[in-house]
Design a protein around this ligand. Structure first.
Ligand SMILES: Nc1nc2c(c(=O)[nH]1)N[C@H]1C(S)=C(S)[C@@H](COP(=O)(O)OP(=O)(O)OC[C@H]3O[C@@H](n4cnc5c(N)ncnc54)[C@H](O)[C@@H]3O)O[C@H]1N2
Ligand code: MOO
Length: 426
């Protein structure tokens, strides 16, 4: 269904409609190897202290401090070496006064150990060692529980797992962890003129930029993407492909076939009465005006139908689909991959006042450290090489007909926030 006349849905309304279609996916226990990038659905408590036992931080000799007090190059101290302790040695040893044991990094220290003398401070003796420097009490001994005590919270529910989080989960012995799984997202390109990259083009054809772009964008958000090959503008074929894909899809994204053309098949198939429930709107956004969203089949799988022009597809993904996928991932906070900054327009451009404009632009920093943005091309939504050069999208609100050089604007960076430039040393 399309709203009558020239009524445009606002960006905020369409984004909300997309968000309303999705929920965070129910948590699952995943093997640790599969959990990177997922959002934790449990508070993780360490079941044991870390380190689990007192151990040596150095290859050296376990000693009592008083036995080596005052050791120096001039007055070395000699001790008999009564043991040799490799990492992993399970037996409990006890250090007898006036003796030492050779010990390796990570090996459990014998009971009574007060410090470890690194091998560099000794003559490396095996049965008798000469020590030329005295350690301070506790030096080079790593105490049980100094990292974390048993029963203490290590990671909070809601944490998006980065490599360092995976590392600590492994360190406390977790083989599996409860997370929100990655949504499985099926990406379908439509268009009889669209062919696979690698295939020689006949006149009138072009390569499937959208299928690859959207698949990559889905993976970049942290979801699982399944790219379906291009589907021709044939209602029967498209309906069949969508039905087949529903079994493995938490979300379907299509591109193309949603405007006013005679062969706009996505709109045709998904507007037909039946199991699908999809609304088609003209959204007040440039690029990306023709949009659709709704559900497919009895399972009500959310679908986002994006316009076919590649830049429109990309911007639509960023503005409407990305927030929905992040919600499914259980990660609704500010998007760390898409920081918003205030910037200054380096040059001017025009904008349709009735629409929120997303301008492909490149940012630099001026001498005051301000972000300065300049469009990388004209507004044409077929200009894919310009899109590739863009490092941000400048958001021009509804009601603005022109941006003048020097105007303050909002920019969405297409990557993490850059580190502040190093300051000159005073
Ligand atoms: N009479 C009107 N015509 C158009 C309108 C309109 O309101 N009235 N809207 C225009 C706008 S804005 C957009 S955006 C496009 C959206 O069109 P569709 O979603 O129906 O997409 P198609 O017509 O299938 O294709 C548009 C364009 O994009 C190329 N394309 C399609 N798929 C791919 C792909 N996978 N990879 C690369 N390029 C693709 C396709 O060849 C067309 O050039 O409609 C305007 N028209
Ligand atoms: O909305 Mo279209 O995306 O302007 O080209």
């Amino acid at each position: 269904m399309s709203p009558a006349g020239d009524t445009l849905t606002t960006v905020a309304e369409h984004r909300q409609a997309c968000l309303d279609l999705v929920r965070p996916l129910p948590p699952l226990d995943l093997a640790l190897r599969d959990a990177l990038g997922c959002v934790l659905a449990e508070d993780v408590v360490s079941p044991r202290p870390l380190p689990a036992f007192d151990n040596s931080a150095m290859d050296g000799y376990a000693v009592r401090v008083r036995d080596v007090a005052g050791a120096s190059e001039e007055h070395p101290v000699g001790l008999p070496v009564v043991g040799d302790i490799a990492a992993g040695r399970p037996d409990a040893l006890r250090l007898v006064g006036g003796t030492t044991a050779r010990i390796m990094t990570g090996a459990p220290v014998p009971q009574g150990t007060e410090a470890v003398v690194p091998v560099e401070w000794t003559d490396r003796g095996v049965s008798h060692v000469t020590i030329t420097r005295a350690p301070t009490p506790g030096q080079h001994v790593r105490r049980a529980g100094e990292d974390v005590q048993a029963g203490v919270l290590v990671l909070e529910a809601g944490t998006r797992l980065e490599p360092r989080h995976v590392g600590v989960l492994a360190a406390i012995g977790r083989a599996r962890v409860r997370v929100r799984p990655r949504p499985r997202v099926v990406v379908v390109s439509t268009g009889t003129e669209v062919v696979e990259p690698g295939v020689t083009l006949a006149r009138g054809q072009l390569h499937d930029a959208n299928g690859y772009l959207l698949t990559a964008a889905v993976e970049d958000v942290g979801a699982l993407a399944y790219r379906v090959g291009v589907v021709a503008d044939d209602a029967h074929e498209l309906a069949g492909v969508l039905d087949d894909q529903l079994v493995r899809a938490d979300v379907v994204i299509t591109s193309g076939g949603v405007s006013e053309g005679a062969y706009d098949t996505v709109k045709e198939v998904l507007s037909a009465p039946g199991q699908h429930s999809v609304r088609f709107d003209r959204v007040a956004v440039q690029p990306g005006m023709p949009q659709g969203c709704g559900t497919l089949g009895e399972q009500a799988v959310p679908v986002f139908t994006l316009p076919g022009n590649p830049v429109s597809s990309f911007v639509s993904f960023e503005v409407f689909v990305r927030p929905a996928l992040r919600r499914m991932l259980g990660d609704p906070g500010p998007d760390p991959q898409r920081p918003r900054v205030r910037a200054v327009a380096g040059t001017g451009w025009t904008s349709p006042p009735a629409k929120e404009q997303y301008v492909r632009a490149a940012w630099t920093r001026d001498e005051r450290g301000r972000f300065v943005v300049e469009p990388v091309s004209g507004h044409g939504s077929h200009l894919v090489t310009a899109l590739a050069r863009a490092t941000c999208l400048v958001v021009v609100p509804v009601g603005v007909g022109a941006v003048e050089p020097g105007d303050e604007v909002e920019a969405v960076l297409l990557g993490p926030l850059p580190a502040p430039e190093a300051r000159d040393a005073p």
